[in-house]
Design a protein around this ligand. Structure first.
Ligand SMILES: [Cu+2]
Length: 136
């Protein structure tokens, strides 16, 4: 009877140890996933942020330069008039905004080349409201 109790005790200890071993690695995959995501983000390209002001009839930044694969954030602030920010080739379109408003657009520069960013309101582009995005 005493032996049976000991056997039961050993089974309990071994069993709970096994259970503990099975349970304890559970948090690890979360950490593994996170580091995988960070690695992917780093290999996919850097994040580049530009602050560009719109005025009648120009952008204060005439040229921006990024690397192919970069994630680009444009913080577009309109200082006068009514404007937007567009890049046809990369399907970038901001809302049209009034003076004093800001609009942020993000996109991935997934093709190399020189593209024009411009304002599509009225004749603004023809009046000089454009600049160059160079993707190297
Ligand atoms: Cu405009």
């Amino acid at each position: 009877m005493k032996n049976l109790f000991l056997v039961a005790l050993v089974v309990f200890i071994v069993g709970s140890g096994y259970f503990y071993m099975k349970q304890s690695p559970t948090p690890a995959p979360v950490g593994t996933n996170t580091s995988t995501e960070v690695t992917q983000a780093m290999t996919e390209g850097a994040t580049q942020t530009f602050n560009i002001k719109g005025l009648n009839f120009a952008f204060d930044v005439k040229e921006i330069r990024v690397k192919k694969g970069d994630k680009v954030t444009i913080n577009f602030t309109n200082t006068e008039g009514f404007h937007d920010f567009k890049i046809d080739e990369l399907n970038v379109t901001s809302k049209q905004i009034q003076a004093g408003e800001s609009e942020t657009v993000t996109f991935t520069a997934d093709k190399a080349g020189t593209f024009e960013y411009y304002c599509s309101v009225g004749q603004h582009r023809q009046n000089g409201m454009w600049g160059k995005l160079i993707v190297e």
